[in-house]
Design a protein around this ligand. Sequence first.
Ligand SMILES: [Zn+2]
Ligand SMILES: [Zn+2]
Length: 586
Amino acid sequence: MAKKTRLDKFAIAAVLQEIAALLELKGGKDRFKARAYQTGARVVAGMSEDIGEVVLENRLTSMRGIGGALASQIEQLYLTGESSVLRGLRKEFPPGIIELSGVPGLSISKIKTLHDALGVTSIAELKAAAEAGKIKGIKGFGAKTEAKLIETIAGHHQRAKTAERLHLHRALQAATQIINYLQTARDTGDIAVAGSLRRWKETVGTVRLVGKTKQPTTLVEHFLRFPLIVEVIEQMEEACTVRLAEGARVSLVAARPAEFALALLTETGSKAHVNKLQQIANGAGPPVKARKKVRKQSARSSARSSELLDEADIYEQLGMPFIPPELREDQGEIEAAFAGKLPLDLVTLEDIRGMVHCHTTYSDGKHSIEEMARAAEAMGMKYLTITDHSPTASYAGGVTLDRLKRQWAEIDEVQEKVGVKILRGTESDIVADGRLDYPDAILEQFDVIVASIHSRYKMDSAKMTKRIVTAMRQPVFKIWGHALGRLIQRRPPFDCDVEQILDVIAESRAAIEINGDPWRLDMEPRWVREARKRKIKFVISVDAHSTGALNNLKYGVAMARRGWLRESEVLNTLATKAFQKAVKPA
Ligand SMILES: [Zn+2]
Ligand SMILES: [Zn+2]
């Protein structure tokens, strides 16, 4: 038997994605099946193991999100290169149906008619046919419909360019997947993330990538063969923008090594930041004297000034130190760089020594105290704070007094077995009148208190401000948890006078949390900077409800950096004893 080239994981994922799209078109209860195939495609494309091994060892169904039916299709695809389900579905629809069904007003039966009469299988062919006046003659279509179609297609193209923004978490997944794929191309050097994803914005419009290569056109061609692409929005010789099946917009700029640094800087943005750099390069910068001074401080050799090796070289040529991507918003960072006032010791992931704000099975967490402790220890942490919900949060299994005693006993037992220090904490509700949830005598026995709002979000601004101010003035030391209660793309921050609250915190026994849960990312960078002015301290937390969510730390650190936070302003960069002392409630 001749040896066939096996499909790789991306090709298999592409087929699963196509099946999902066709099932979605069928509608009704097939929509549920569609979702299963979509999940399957994501799992397969994201697999770190060799898919062949997983198939041959019959381990597909042990992967999360893959059931028996799905597994048999994946197996078929791997072994034969074909899928019986896809074959069946393709018979039901004309070719090009997935792309064409994206044009508003074009029903499946109309697409069938267009295919039978003109052989149309893509939006581009449809556009050409309409512009050539071939559609108005078909039964059921008139001159009006034809004109309308031309207009709709133009609008569709525009919408594809400006479609909704992706959540940071999904943008990161999409970027990782494509980078993995691109690195299989020959002669590819670095593939770097740029755009708002590199600046860690909460949502991302286009996932921007910059590739370093000696052959830009080859890299772009390779990119365009990525199987999950459903539409090419824009294409040039050395750059292009596409849409993926799940809706993400992705652009790639392929740059030769000598142009890579500048391309990366430009693609990273923000526009305002890059424009200001451009003005400075054009001679509209600060007085030459200031520039010379900065240049003298720099240890870099000026001999390679004609060759821009990395972004730091570009900043150096402009007479300033490197500005980290998280700060590139034209919010004073360029001026600070010239004045030598840029925080050069922004907090980093490596600075964090303790996991703050962890839930366990005592409230609404998935894992036990021991599982959380071992996971934190494996990540190199010196301590973690167990902060389950307080009694008022009964919907989240708030911990009553007698169960709290049991939890403390269990913490003592687990502590015997692990090296990481487990701190007794609570995420205490701030109740409607601003008090905390346990009696003072209990509050004083905790090692750490996170104080959060979980109910009555819709109070008017004055009442909400008073509620939080009252909480922050409580005599025990507390950390204000997920401060303004926002959920990205789901719920706006609640109304209150933030500056007044910050003034109170500055003179109270309190700190503020930067919550790393990717849906919260609270508080926002602009408020972090306001708080910094008042010398308020922070913790960077994970708000983890499972061991996996300890990886939220990177999001928290990114938000802190966007708020210009330095290592010394973040309490959980401290060693265990110093941290305990800093957050001790009483
Ligand atoms: Zn909470
Ligand atoms: Zn929480």
